[in-house]
Design a binder for this molecule. Structure first.
Ligand code: ADP
Length: 378
């Protein structure tokens, strides 16, 4: 019987495992390159040949910097601070984005994943190399589309602002002259004329309210002040003093807990409380409107505010809709309004990085919740 010497046995094993490894490399979907600690290519698959445009023999034994000029070889080399194992351990399993160089001099973006391989010649590193040209260009397109979207949103905001601002002047003219007509000629023309003039006066003043609300809506985005530590209790008190008349007319009782200092645009915070409390008074049931404002600490430097009323309440199916522009659940002759108040609230809260929502049952009152950042979040 022909006995193999131990050495032959060992080298046969090695050959076998090398062949197995080569088979695995060729089956991989990605280009694969195996590099030694000196940064030389010791093995590569056919996908790597075609990605880089070289024949296998032209790359074997060559420095890997020929195909990946920067960022790969450096990662394999130990320095004074770390051993080869440590140098590698930091890179294992994470995708690294680099640039690859083809034989014809053209470049393309790649992502490489490294894994170590113990071999009799020392640690080798297998790099799976993925061409990410398509992903990169998709990312760039996405960024470009987002930029365009931002720009067109901004333009739309500017347009709404300018249009509503410029409409105010001619509208003021229509409103004041129709009011003048009503005052001067009431009872002097026929009954139809009086009625028509009254419609015109009403239409003009409604339009003025709409334009004013549209203007405040677009001001939230365009005329906002920088965020600063703001006493939310102070902002609420300011809002309540602005609502003095509505409060005494309705006999509303507004109570509040001690409220925190938050990171906010003070003018907008006043407007937010004012719109919510104004609605709580407006959409009341017979009896004394009771409104309570409270806050709770979310524990992550954010606060959850609640404005609770004992008013008409809202059906759950309208919970989302009421925050949209011009969305109203009531007729004009029931309650005056433009349907922009809550859209302004939403825009203010979102500008502050929070969300607004409502919890309610018809006939049981409503609670509006919104989040704000605590002042310590700076
Ligand atoms: P407006 O008050 O001008 O109609 P808003 O945007 O402020 O516009 O409110 C939208 C709708 O949401 C209102 O028409 C009303 O039907 C409903 N709503 C808002 N606040 C309350 C509340 N506190 N209780 C009951 N319904 C409310």
């Amino acid at each position: 019987m022909n006995r193999l010497a131990p050495d032959d046995n060992w080298s046969a094993d090695l050959k076998e495992s090398e062949a197995r490894y080569r088979g695995l490399l060729e089956a991989a979907p990605d280009a694969m390159v195996v590099v030694n600690q000196a940064g030389e290519i010791v093995l590569l698959n056919v996908q790597a040949e075609s990605q880089f445009g070289y024949h296998r023999d032209e790359l074997l034994g060559q420095p890997v910097t020929n195909v990946i000029p920067q960022g790969f070889a450096e990662r394999l080399i130990a320095d004074d601070l770390r051993s080869a194992e440590d140098a590698l351990a930091q890179q294992i399993g994470t995708g690294i984005e680099l640039t690859a160089l083809r034989k014809d001099g053209t470049e393309f973006p790649i992502e490489i994943m490294l894994s170590p391989l113990d071999s009799p010649e020392g640690i080798l590193v297998t790099a799976a190399i993925r061409n990410i040209t398509v992903r990169k260009s998709a990312e760039e397109q996405l960024i470009q589309s987002l930029e365009e979207l931002n720009r067109s949103n901004e333009e739309l905001g500017q347009f709404a602002y300018i249009a509503s601002h410029d409409l105010q002047e001619p509208l003021r003219m229509v409103a004041s002259y129709t009011q003048l007509l009503a005052r001067r000629y009431k009872g002097q023309l026929d009954a139809d004329a009086d009625e028509f003039i009254a419609f015109a006066v009403d239409g003009a003043s409604r339009m003025q309210r709409l334009i004013e609300d549209l203007l405040s809506f677009s001001r939230v985005g365009t005329k906002g002040q920088p965020m600063a530590p703001t006493s939310s209790e102070g902002a609420l008190q300011q809002a309540l003093s602005n609502l003095d008349v509505a409060m005494s007319d309705s006999g509303a009782q507004v109570t509040y807990d001690p409220l925190p200092t938050v990171l906010a645009d003070e003018i907008q915070l006043v407007q937010l409380f004012q719109n919510l409390v104004d609605n709580a008074i407006k959409y009341r049931r017979p009896g004394v409107p009771m409104i309570h404002v409270s806050s709770s600490d979310n524990g992550d430097h954010t606060w959850r505010f609640s404005v609770k009323d004992n008013g008409l309440g809202i059906e759950p199916k309208y919970f989302e809709r009421i925050f949209g522009m011009f969305e109203r659940l009531h007729q004009r002759d029931e309650f005056a309004g433009t349907g922009i108040g809550l859209a302004i609230c939403k825009k203010i809260v979102e500008r502050h990085g929070g969300r607004i929502s409502v919890e309610s049952q018809p006939g049981e009152g409503s609670t509006f919740h919104f989040g704000l950042m605590g002042a310590e979040a700076t």
